[in-house]
Structures are given as structure tokens and as C-alpha cells.
Design a binder for this molecule. Sequence first.
Ligand SMILES: [Zn+2]
Length: 178
Amino acid sequence: MSKARVGVAELGNPILRVQAEKVVSFAGSGAETSRLLYIVEQMREVMQDRDGVGIAAPQIGISQQILIIASRPNERYPEAPFIEPVVMINPIINSKSSQTEKGWEGCLSVPGIRGYVSRAVQVNVSFVDMDGAPQCWGLEGFPARIFLHEYDHLIGLTFLDRIDSVADLISENELAKR
Ligand SMILES: [Zn+2]
């Protein structure tokens, strides 16, 4: 069984450093709809393939404001809570808690490295779903962390830009020994 593998943009790829474009076409215009479905399908595939709990379109080389949050326990994140995967298009942060929490993050675009990153504990977001319908969600804890991490990819940032100190970086192999 061979499956075409979609490449993941890794650190140093300029696409990870630019503001992603807004998605403007949803249902109605057939070709655009199937393009969106195709992008999301590829994102899902890469995420599942690599045990990610979230992914953003720029990570597969598409500079558009699309992210997926799919928290579930797996080998890379054994403590992750299960939530139904959700696709968020053109997400906006409406508010976030001033209370922050530090937690380990990894990234498919930063292979082999984890960072101990401070993030807001709670975040309120607006986005458009796959059908083009506006949604408002509150996220807390790990799902909020995933959102903020993926959202950063849409504005040209990675978790490396969010760490307080390089002392908060560790290799995945070293983390596994702990
Ligand atoms: Zn990432």
C-alpha cells in the first residue's frame, strides 16, 4: 500500500513566516468548495499520519486561514483529552484569559523539539465552519493551547516565538526520558 505523502513545511520554509490569506469562497461555487474540501482532507491526513493534535494549512504549503483542532490521546500526546475534530476557517481571537499556564508543545514543522510554552488558559474564538456558517466557541486548557498554537501558524509565528527562554526547549528524546 503506497500513499502519496504531502510534504510538511518545516522551520526555515518562508510560508511559515507570512500572514495567511482569508478563505473567501465556501459553498455554492463548486470548484472552490471542492478545493477547500481537498485542502482540509490533506491536512487531516498529514495530521493523523504524524500523530498531530492540530494542524494549520501553511504547514502543508497552503497559505490560507484554515486550522484543525483534533485533541485526542496518542503516542505524542498521551495526556491529551478527546474532543471531536473541528475545522476552523478564518479564525479570530475575541478574548483570552489573562491567566496563563505553561505546557509542552511540539510541532510538525519543528521536528524533534518540544517547547515549554506559556499560553492563555481560556480563549473565546469566532470562525467560519466548512459550510461557511459563523461560529463562536470558548476553549479551555489543552484545546485552547492547540488553538493558540495553530492560530500562530496563520500569522507567521511558531511556538519558538513564544518561549520565554531557550532553556524551555528540549529534544523529544530527552523529554521521553523524563
Ligand atoms: Zn505547529
